[in-house]
Design a protein around this ligand. Sequence first.
Ligand SMILES: *Cc1c(COP(=O)(O)O)cnc(C)c1O
Length: 385
Amino acid sequence: MVAEQAVSLAASGQLPAYVYDLGALRTHAAHIQKALDFPGAPEIFYAAKANPDAPILQALAPYVAGIEVASGGELKHVRNVLPDARLAFGGPGKTDRELELALDLGVERIHVESPYELTRLAGLARRTGLEVDVLLRVNLAGDRSGVALAMGGPFGMDPELVESCRDILATAPWVRLRGIHAHLASGLSAPAMRRQSVEILEWARPWMDKAGVDQPEFNLGGGMAVDYAAPDQRFDWSAYGQEIAALARPGETLRIEPGRAVSVYAGWYVTEALDVKKAHGQWYAVLRGGTMQIRTPVTKHHNHPFVVLPSKTTTGPSMGGEPVTLVGQLCTPKDVFARQVPVERLAVGDLVALSMAGAYAWNISHHDFLMHPKPTFHYLDPDEQ
Ligand SMILES: *Cc1c(COP(=O)(O)O)cnc(C)c1O
């Protein structure tokens, strides 16, 4: 499907292109939904920052309980695309305007990052006469070795700081404490995720008991592992769903907010080889576009997975049976998609489709660097329900 699309996009001069396979996205989301569809299993909010593209959000909406947004911009956008979606609003440095917007647009939960933010939110809710439901974002000190990204430092409150929220809440009854939020790391396998969830719940339950909240909610965060070196080895949602459900106690609501592991597999960045050459003993292929359009390989320091779709009509140079480094059109040695990966053949005019481009790809990229034409966007199975 993607291969056919790639050939027709090349023929019509539309490369580079993002191709989003919405059928594959629906299938994957349905699989996750099924793995979490029993009592005690966490409900899922998709983290929009992974990929907030409107057709992606619309395709996911039937399979998730809600959407997590991390800025006023995402909040407005998601509210516009999915007017009825349940929303949670997290993220550091929320401004008064963003908090006001959250109250105006009927966000269901605000994840509070600091005592100062809670104080401002309380003042705002009082002035507007609107009640607001919050989770306090806590940042636990536990060992995060081996994870892709540890969310230490400025995110949320350490257990000492979160104590000062008790007094603020005591004087602001219109701010309802509903639970605890913790997004501690990214890149965790199902067993590692379970261990981290135990750690969160062991800390959070007594805290909520002491605060007198009887039907507490625990948002266990996102960060489910994605392996770019082994695209077929996917996070074990079935094992995860069962293990987390077994941790739940009656009356509690567990929630998760994954992004990458939900949307990453549905996206492709499709481009073509403009030049193939050998320099200092190494083969290079220069591809149309660059990492200003898919920043993922630069941020992750990885070889991005790809497939070559050979062109039948190549007239330029070619190589084969040896490793090749795929670079883009930027004037910087950092513009590398993949380093020294063996290929059977790569010739000028061949199409190269980078897989796993459905998350933290286009929307984290510095598009305007060098002012090359923007990629075009295409959707497979757009209307299927
Ligand atoms: C980025 C983020 C997520 C999603 O993380 P993934 O690694 O994409 O699953 C969830 N929650 C918070 C608070 C985040 O910052």
